[in-house]
Design a binder for this molecule. Structure first.
Ligand code: PHE
Length: 342
């Protein structure tokens, strides 16, 4: 038989191989890959093959060899995975067989950490719907009727009904909680949000937020600042400093954006913080009295603060991920790096 056909034949044969024990498997290994095995024999014959055929046949032979190796490895893994039979089947002291259980997604890891950090100072977790009405996304949050965030450019509306949209922030859950809970309220709201933006390394049409809300009597801006300072130190490291810059949100007054000292260079300046030493991580402020009143909370008795952050942003800073799209592509080479993190 010609060497080419012989290769084909052995390939067919070996793909159907079975082994019920390690001994059987060893025997197969000797038969095919051993020093006097079938493959070695073909390599001997190969020496006499005409020069013009060498390239193609050599490649085929190598493929055969690695194909058999893969097959035998698979059989070995199957054997190791299978439960030992006979008198050892009830031996509870045997080590468990390897089980690939997968790992958490980096965004899930960070969401959990955020929930835990706030959980430790008494915050509960609440969730709400991703498909929302105008009242909970905008109106109750003090957005003027002509506010640009209501614009078709930013918001995904459902079936041409301007009253139904995908929520653009989890502030909608703040409203739902305030409408149904009597203060004091101390909650965080993790969830997925949607914005009609072009996808790039820094923006996506869907991302994740955690917002927080604290409503009680005599809550001040100092409470907000201390809470966020605690959060920043827990989330990044004990040396982390915070900086609040005045900002504007319709639902908070006064409002601020918070930067942390760059966790990569420690504030000295690097390309992550664009050599400023600071990176922005969240928006916050004192809940506007109009918002409290819209939810039936007496703003002459109660006050509170709110804050909101993007989970992607925190994760990118924490793990130095430089492209937002990596979180959504499910590339195992990326995800596997987080497998052992909880
Ligand atoms: N909802 C704001 C956003 O999506 C974040 C925020 C929440 C700001 C609470 C202030 C207070 O950008």
């Amino acid at each position: 038989m010609k060497i080419k056909e012989r290769i084909e034949e052995i390939l067919q044969q070996t793909q159907k191989l079975k082994a019920d024990s390690i001994t059987e498997l060893e025997a197969l290994k000797v038969k095919y890959l051993g020093k006097k095995g079938e493959v070695q024999e073909l390599f001997q014959e190969f020496k006499n093959v005409a020069a013009e055929e060498k390239k193609e046949l050599g490649q085929k032979l190598n493929e055969l060899k690695s194909g058999i190796q893969d097959k035998l490895n698979m059989l070995k893994e199957d054997l190791e995975r299978s439960i030992p039979q006979g008198d050892v089947s009830n031996d509870l002291s045997l080590p468990v067989s390897f089980y690939a259980s997968g790992g958490r997604h980096p965004l899930a890891i960070v969401r959990r950490q955020i929930c835990e950090i706030f959980g430790n100072i008494g915050y509960t977790v609440a969730e709400g719907p991703e498909i929302e009405d105008d009242w909970h996304i905008f109106t109750a949050l003090n957005f003027a009727p002509d506010h640009p965030a209501r614009d078709m450019q930013d918001t995904f509306f459902i079936e041409k009904d301007p009253d139904v949209a995908l929520r653009t922030h989890t502030s909608s859950v703040q409203i739902r909680v305030m409408e149904t809970t009597k203060p004091p309220i101390r909650s965080i709201f993790p969830g997925r949000v949607y914005r009609n933006e072009a996808i790039s390394a820094r923006a996506h049409c869907l991302f994740h937020q955690v917002e927080g809300l604290y409503i009680d009597k005599d809550v001040t801006f100092a409470d907000l600042k201390q809470t966020l300072y605690y959060f920043a130190k827990e989330m990044f490291n004990k040396e982390t400093q915070i900086r609040l810059r005045p900002s504007y949100f319709p639902f908070t007054e006064p409002s601020a954006e918070m930067d942390i000292s760059c966790n990569i260079c420690g504030g000295k300046g690097c390309n992550i913080c664009k050599y400023s030493g600071w990176v922005e991580i969240l928006g916050c402020g004192m809940v506007d009295p109009n918002v409290l009143e819209a939810c039936g909370i007496d703003s002459t008795v109660y006050s509170g603060f709110a804050f909101g952050m993007g989970i992607e942003r925190i994760t990118m800073l924490k793990y130095q991920v430089n492209d937002l799209r990596l979180f959504f592509e499910n590339d195992l080479r990326f995800l596997k790096q987080f497998e052992s993190t909880f």
